[in-house]
Design a protein around this ligand. Structure first.
Ligand SMILES: NC(=O)c1ccc[n+]([C@@H]2O[C@H](COP(=O)([O-])OP(=O)(O)OC[C@H]3O[C@@H](n4cnc5c(N)ncnc54)[C@H](OP(=O)(O)O)[C@@H]3O)[C@@H](O)[C@H]2O)c1
Length: 240
């Protein structure tokens, strides 16, 4: 059984993945900001889920997380860099410094986490970065910082895969629409999101657990020959 770091474990895709890893018998170091949610996750974590309140815009808090966990968890078997934000949708010519947070959370935090975790990776460790179809095959006009941060995350993924020659694996997932707080906010509320999803090829979005299955597969040795890939997980959404 392994020890896995998951960011954004307090909600949506990250929460579903944390709970699936716990069901599989692993240990999870769960990162998020919502401390109430973190405590309730710990209660459901069968004594193997540890919550760490970390704001990923604060690189010193990321460093502190690694120092705090060094003694009890000297070996890391995998990471799911999942936390993300889309900022405030604006036209590309109106993007301002206020959007820097998007890059900090979506790109710089995974970059820092991987740098610090590398020294602690076990043999065959697997890293999965949560990118998106946005920034890979879709480029909505109002989401430039989000799309560019997700593209940059794909580059980070492939560069690290090349760097370690298969000693550790680095892959990214690119989900289509998933039924979570983030996508509800992006569409201006759950009702609007549900309505828009009637145009999805299969008539509905993914549930977070459907994405978690893919992440847990990529984290596991069953995916031992998959490295440096950006896997679209969208139920056919981008076909139409
Ligand atoms: N939903 C979709 O349709 C979709 C599609 C493609 C890709 N994605 C990607 O999937 C990932 C997970 O999103 P989700 O859909 O599961 O949304 P969600 O339910 O809203 O979860 C977002 C998570 O990110 C965490 N987070 C955000 N900013 C943070 C910060 N500054 N510091 C620490 N944690 C932070 C949140 O933690 P707290 O609540 O504790 O702050 C939360 O756990 C994101 O990277 C998103 O871009 C989602």
């Amino acid at each position: 059984m392994g020890t896995y770091i998951i960011t954004g474990a307090t909600s949506g895709i990250g929460e579903a993945t944390a709970l699936q890893l716990i069901r599989e018998g692993h240990t999870v170091l769960a990162i998020g900001r919502n401390e109430d949610k973190g405590s309730s996750l710990e209660s459901n974590g069968e004594g193997r889920l540890y919550f760490f309140p970390v704001d990923l815009t604060d690189s010193s808090a990321i460093d502190a997380f690694f120092e705090e966990t060094q003694e009890d968890f000297p070996e890391i078997d995998g990471i799911f860099n999942n936390a993300g934000t889309f900022g405030k949708p604006v036209a590309p010519e109106r993007v301002s410094d206020q959007q820097k947070e998007v890059f900090q959370v979506n790109y710089h935090a995974p970059e820092r986490i991987i740098q610090l975790a590398t020294k602690r990776f076990s043999k065959g460790a697997s890293i999965v970065n949560n990118s998106a179809i946005v920034g890979h095959v879709k480029f909505p006009a109002m989401l430039l910082p989000y799309a560019s941060s997700k593209s940059a995350l794909l580059t980070l993924t492939k560069t690290y895969a090349a760097r370690f020659h298969g000693k550790y694996r680095f892959n990214a997932i690119c989900p289509g629409p998933v039924d979570t707080a983030l996508s509800h906010a992006l569409y201006g509320g759950k009702d609007k999101f549900d309505l828009a999803m009637k145009h999805h090829l299969r008539g509905e979005p993914a549930q977070p657990s459907e994405i978690a299955e893919v992440v847990c597969f990529l984290l596991s040795n069953k995916a031992s020959y998959i490295n440096g890939q950006a896997l679209i997980v969208d139920g056919g959404y981008t076909l139409t």
